[in-house]
Design a protein around this ligand. Sequence first.
Ligand code: ADP
Length: 571
Amino acid sequence: MSEAAGPDDPARILLVEDSETQALELRLLLEANGFSVERSPTAEAALDRLNGSLPDLVVADYHLPGMNGDELTRQLRLSLRTRALPVLMLTGARDGERQGLESGADAYVAKSDDRDLLVLRIRALLRERKAAPPVSEAPGAAGFRRGRVLVIDGSATYRTFLAGLLGQEGHAVAVADGAEAALAALDAGPEPFDCVTLDLLSPAYDGLALCRAVDERRGAGAGGAGFHLVGISGSAPGKDFLVRAYAAGADDVVAKSDAEVLALRVRGLVRRRLLEEDDRRIAGAFGAHERAVERARAEAEAAAARARLADALEQANADLATANRRLTEAQAKLVQAAKMASLGELVAGIAHEINNPLAFILAHQGTVERLLGEMPPQPEETSARALAKARDRVGTMRMGLTRIQDLVLNLRKFSRLDEGERALVNVPEAIETVLALLQHKLGARIAVERDFGGRSEIRCTPALLNQVVMNILANAADAMPEGGTIRIGTRSTAETDEIRISDTGPGIPEDLREKIFEPFFTTKPVGSGTGLGLAIAYSVVQAHSGVLNVEAAPGGGACFVIGIPRQAVSA
Ligand code: ADP
């Protein structure tokens, strides 16, 4: 409890003394004997000071102005913090001793007593405090117990009398009639003694020698380390005898004639030992509790840290997986974009090369067709047949040339040679127009569901809606020859406008989902598909910095998603 000094630090004594001269004299004496001294002139000031750090011992004058030493001791015994603090009372009055002890002081020294004896008493009190045995940490391990006293006395009568007196005080008393029985009792254990009284002047044994033997046993930890050893002397023992008794290990010497004072002393010191033991147990229990709480807290923190680490690892793994997927996607898109870009250049070159001869072949074909039309009917059958055949072939040539012209037009669209101006386009209206144009393809067999939840106007080239939506819708119709449903939905976020077109056809196998955007990739019969529809759609969407993806629709059909970033198109 006390913030006692370390083993090598001087013991700290609080001196409560009102007289300046006596305080100075005592301070000098105590300091000369190696103690560190603080002084309070009144009991009230002393109590104030004790709110701070605790000394190892209080030496209090019985006569103090205001609250006297007796009341001060009572106050100290009332507080859990100070109740086991040893108090030595100084008094000039003989009957003060009894009062001092009654109030709970641990020792009494008359001011008139020899100063050496005062120092010996102080040393005994401090020694006893240090020698206190350790207390089990388990709360309640010691439980409530009675003080245990060993009475060593050669006289059967006095032994019985003293044992009876102490027994009445509530102590558990053992008796010994001499050295042998006394040492046997101390060695017997396991119950420790709190106090041993020893008649120093018994004719039955050498009192001082036995005192030394008992003290040695105490030093060796017998009989409960740190029991209090009270020597019993004749009335008014001389200084010499007292010094020898203290030197032999007695902590206290009491006159045999004053049995009541002896009983008071024993009661006081037993009480203090029990309080100290209790304090240590409480401190131990608190310590154990605090350590348990601390351990639990540390374990909880470690568990939380482990959980956080695991979470972080899991998160990091998930992040890594996401990053990997994005990287793969980005790589695939880059490859796709690069492929489309180089194909675009190639196609643009070819389209240009074809377009020039095509232009003059078409012109000449027109001229030839016109000239053949202007020729008069041939009288000769052979000539007439040749003319008819020439007209027919020229017509077929026109059909072929028109198809080449369409193809070149598509190639130019794919390579974005015919990119239009951007304008605000009303999405639902544009989609409705495309649907009207495709009506012949859709017929009655294909139902169209609309869900226009996005922004109605977006800024884009008309080709975006006409070409892209048209190509996707035409493909959807082709994919459902037996009929089905096309769903067109629009959605907008702050950043993008999205058009989703799904059908209830067979869908697109996963391994073909990249390929379908390549030019000339088609699964349609020769003559009916060019493989350019989605390639054109892809390149138009890309010109808007957008994305064109294909997913599986809920029913297994294809779902094309056109995503157009707002910033890019409104720029
Ligand atoms: P084309 O229509 O001339 O074949 P596209 O580029 O428009 O060229 O389409 C490429 C291929 O993608 C088609 O041949 C078809 O196999 C596939 N495809 C496109 N849309 C769909 C769809 N809605 N359902 C199933 N397959 C489709």
